[in-house]
Design a protein around this ligand. Sequence first.
Ligand code: ADE
Ligand code: ZN
Length: 325
Amino acid sequence: SARLDRLRALPKAEVHAHLEGCFEPLVLAQWAASAGVPMPRPRERLFEFEGLADFLHFLDWACGLASTRERLAELSYGFSKRLAASGAGYADVIVNPTHWKAWHGRLPQMLDAIDAGFSAAEQDGFAPVGLCVSLLRTQSADAAAELVDTLIALRHPRVVALSIDGNEAAAGRTGPRFAQAFRRAGEAGLRRTVHAGESSGPEGVRDAIELLGADRIDHGVRAIEDPALVDLLVDRQIPLGICPTSNLRLGVYASIEEHPIDRLRRAGVVVSINTDDPVLLGASLEGEYALCSQAFAWSDDELRGVARHSIEASFANADLKARLH
Ligand code: ADE
Ligand code: ZN
């Protein structure tokens, strides 16, 4: 439609999307068949999830099938292609090595395979992508230290950030456990982005800021429950990477009307709009912009403001940011 075309044309970036969320159902069915692995559910219900824990369990199954360099490169290329179709000029993409069983103990090779897909996509004229390598909430302090050691030794040009994702409700308070790893990553020049305020309340967002030095918060929506925390986000201009459809599909909010993105925006928080796990959750970037602008009756200026925030919130370098606006 004309409205979606306008949203595609809006200068913007995506700052919260997982490579794990990009599997096409037909491709998964083919990979499962060729591996002799049963599908967890019939194909027509493959992407019906009962909440975050069930969703994360599915990621382990799906990522376990991506056992070759070609499959990883194909997945990465596919992400860039979809991003281009949505009119984004850049993306930060999260990848969490714990989900990818076939690559355990081979992080450099895994990153090279992903990099090959993104590089091929850039050569074909699609937008550049930065990788955020992610810890799972439930990992140990030692595992975090080991990942950071590997990233620092590797200095892979594709990697822009250290990330945390996974289920905060299952892991309890993890800020203290990961504080040292995040400090070292920051000192080594990596940016830091932290899932919080999705499966935790506002206290997870506060820990992400105070203990993990987060440059950006992924989700962060439940910060709305603590007015002093909202003030802190505004004072420090720490951006939130918000994913409306994900929050609805995974049960954080029951309806878009109840979603706090517009209340946070009006309070002065730097909010951006993102897909989280675009294929698995059925979210396109322009579709997410349409959902919000319609639900909250945003003016053209307000819509452009949110899109501008997404570029500012990204880990693209300053030159690229200037070109994206
Ligand atoms: N991994 C992929 N999507 C996620 C989400 N929405 N929350 C936590 N971990 C994730
Ligand atoms: Zn996420």
